[in-house]
Design a binder for this molecule. Sequence first.
Ligand SMILES: [Zn+2]
Length: 285
Amino acid sequence: MSYGNGRIPLDRLVHLGGEHYLPPGTAARWKWLQRVAHEKYGVWLIITVGWNAYRPLDVQVTYKRLYGNMAAEPGKSSHGGTFGGRIVFAVDVNNWAALGWDRFVALCRLAGFTVDFVSPREQWHIGDFNDGWAVPAGSETTPTIKPETTRKRRRETMIHAAWRDTNGTIGVQCRPNGRITLIGDPIEWAGISAGSGASFYQVGNDHLQGLIRRFGTIPWPNYDDGTTTQHVQVVAPLDGGPSRYLAFGDDLWPISGTDALAKVMEQGVAVVMLPADVIKARLKS
Ligand SMILES: [Zn+2]
């Protein structure tokens, strides 16, 4: 399959949500990488909000105007499906730092991604230099994890437990026996679980209703931290960068897509601006 840079019809690509599209082979490698990082370290990797997987030519033009030196010449971006005359598909990984650089590099190599190939250096920018159109054999299975090489990330998390019923409603409890915050949208949950590594228990509708009767609920965007009613906030970087985070207390979770951000904002959540170094410090891993 051969297309000019940034000229692939979106319907030839796998839609991963939001503005994230990749050809089938690269999509399979990416999903494999997500599964392995989660199995091994409890980190669910996400693509940065925006056109940060495949990037059409008109968007490359816009990004060049917005980001200058940090964006490639339109038509030459490794996000456009070609790079240096080869078929290459790049992905920007929003939360690679939750793994740490060494583990991120090791898992990328296992998954078939190349790291550190653009200048100026972009640690989040990884590329599939394989044929992105061909789905690699075995990509549906996650390799056996050796427990002795695995250490689940320990994280201070506000989430004590989460349950999802068969309607897709997710109930989040931030302390033992605390009231339950109901999250009706799976996209929103993706934003919370992505950064925190929190996962839900799949339960039947009756089960979640039983928990609600027992513990009570607290309306989103509030949560019960045991002493007071707290409000969930959205954090944005002071320098105007595109990333957004959901704050439960001092802990921040990256919001994983424009859809999720829109859902959160619809609820009248307050936006707090913080310096980048404060944001980084609160993204504890
Ligand atoms: Zn990139």
